[in-house]
Design a protein around this ligand. Structure first.
Ligand code: GLN
Length: 494
């Protein structure tokens, strides 16, 4: 038999149901991989007993002849942006050190209700700000992948959900939660050769998720394949009265409706995504992706998203603006770290706590955000960026007259080496160029692995869909998955 830890969500769920193995066996195998995988620095907290308790509940339910919940027996990793009752939650920042939530985020609660258990809390970019995991206050996550040049350079797993990416591709967990504000599910999924979907804004509750940019933040699954993503997203999503932006709509049965037959579907190729400097291999994979979708029955059409080039600058105004407001709550009074120098007054405590607690990238964004929201510059920057956001959403609206989904690369490069972009914030921000338009428009978007580049590193293809049409996104993803035949795995060196 294959190694249990090579299995994904569906295979584990079905195997537990059929009695091929017990949920406890599965969880023990993953707990062992988590313990043996410390070099990847993917986990900030390990919670083997949480996962075992869920596994035992699944085994007991099966023994009693009860119907098993949709993810019964599947242990997962939880990005450390989700508050988990009684388990430390830091968003990978010193400022939240010592914070143990008294409550469970809605998304994690939904997953536990669906029978999943938690292997631990996953490292990430601090407050989800970053594309490489290097902004974590607890050391960067390392990708399990290596270039084929024998150099053994440590590679970025992408970000901000880099712990999730590294843990799934290194088989420390069969699937993990991620969050995506401007690409943080899709880009790390692409960097490590796994699948990940950001649903329509509002599908997953943001309640109990540490806020970065509230009008953009969405949770979603990261897993080995499209089917696993569909199963897990179904468990995560749903209306939540505790989140004012949560969509009061039933959760579709995405798994049952999965189909890679794309007859009658039109796939748009946005001409503005042909950006100078994109490596030829990425453009070639993009063309191949279009061929695969054509082979699945779809018609390929060229479309235009004319305001694409303004998406990145608009994102890097709106996201920091919202972050500067959201992060005002970390003041040394309510959560985690408190710096109280001798004789200090209240203002000194705020200043000292924030100076000590936030990392440099977080401070940069708070300063940018405060600046663009300040009285003298609000209209010039923030209002302007909001107008651009509307234009970008309208570009997509116009595109849907001509197509049902859009195909594009996920990121403009394969995984880069740790440190290679760390001192150049603009180069780092450019990595999000293909990801942020769908975020600004609140649309569902997914990355699926398409192939390897010349250095032996995974490249992802991105599918963007209409609001609420996750099904078409998943179906196009499945069509690519079936044709790409992506089976490459990182060699175990840790
Ligand atoms: N890399 C982007 C940023 O740094 C996106 C992050 C995210 O989606 N959380 O803002």
């Amino acid at each position: 038999m294959t190694n249990i830890t090579d299995l994904g969500v569906k295979a584990i769920r079905d195997g537990v149901r059929e009695g091929t193995f017990s949920a406890r066996e599965v969880t023990e195998a993953f707990n062992a991989n988590v313990a043996a995988g410390k070099q990847l620095n993917a986990f900030l907290v390990e919670t083997p007993e949480h996962a075992l308790a869920a596994a035992d509940a699944a085994d007991k339910a099966r023994a009693a002849g009860e119907e098993l919940a949709p993810m019964a027996g599947v242990p997962i990793g939880m990005k450390d942006l989700f508050c988990t009752e009684g388990v430390a939650t830091t968003a990978a920042s010193h400022i939240l050190e010592g914070f143990t939530p008294q409550y469970e985020s809605t998304v994690s609660a939904n997953l536990w209700k669906a029978g999943a258990g938690m292997l631990g809390k996953l490292n990430m970019d601090q407050f989800a700000m970053g594309s490489s995991n290097e902004t974590s206050a607890f050391g960067n996550v390392i990708s399990p992948w290596r270039r084929n040049d024998g150099g053994n350079t440590d590679l970025a797993p992408g970000g901000s959900s880099g712990g999730s990416a590294s843990a799934v591709s290194g088989r420390l967990c069969p699937a993990a939660t991620g969050t995506d504000t401007g690409g943080s599910i899709r880009q790390p999924a692409a960097f490590v050769g796994i699948s990940g979907i950001k649903p329509t804004y509002g599908r997953c509750s943001r309640w109990g998720v540490v806020a970065f940019a509230s009008s953009l933040d969405q949770a979603g699954p990261m897993a080995h394949d499209v089917t696993d993503c569909a199963i897990m997203l179904q468990a995560m999503a749903g209306f939540d009265p505790k989140d004012a932006t949560s969509l009061d709509l039933p959760v579709p049965d995405w798994e049952s409706a999965l189909s890679s037959d794309l007859k009658g579907k039109r796939v748009g190729i946005p001409k503005e995504y042909r950006i100078d400097g994109t490596p030829a291999e990425i453009n070639e994979l993009w063309d191949k992706g279009a061929e695969w979708l054509k082979d699945a029955g779809a018609e390929i059409v060229e479309i235009s998203l004319p305001h694409t080039k303004y998406a990145l600058p608009a994102y890097y105004i709106i996201a920091p603006a919202e972050a500067s407001s959201n992060l005002a709550r970390y003041d040394g009074v309510r959560y985690g770290t408190r710096e109280l120098p001798d004789g200090a007054g209240l203002q000194d405590m705020y200043a000292a706590t924030r100076a000590e607690g936030f990392g440099p990238e977080v401070k940069r964004r708070i300063m940018i955000g405060t600046y663009v929201l300040s009285a003298g510059f609000y209209d010039a920057y923030y209002t302007q960026a909001q107008k651009v956001r509307t234009l970008i959403a309208r570009d997509f609206e116009a595109a849907w007259e001509h197509c049902d989904v859009i195909l594009a690369p996920t990121a403009p490069s394969a995984a880069f080496g740790l440190g290679e972009k760390a001192d150049d914030p603009l180069a780092m921000y450019l990595n999000d160029v293909f990801a942020v338009p769908a975020s600004l428009a609140g649309l569902p978007a997914m990355s699926v692995p398409g192939g390897l580049d010349g250095q032996g590193l995974p490249l992802g293809l991105q599918i963007v869909g209409k609001a609420l049409d996750e099904q078409s996104v998943l179906n196009a993803g499945l069509a690519i998955e079936q044709r790409a035949g992506f089976t490459a795995r990182p060699d175990k060196w840790w």
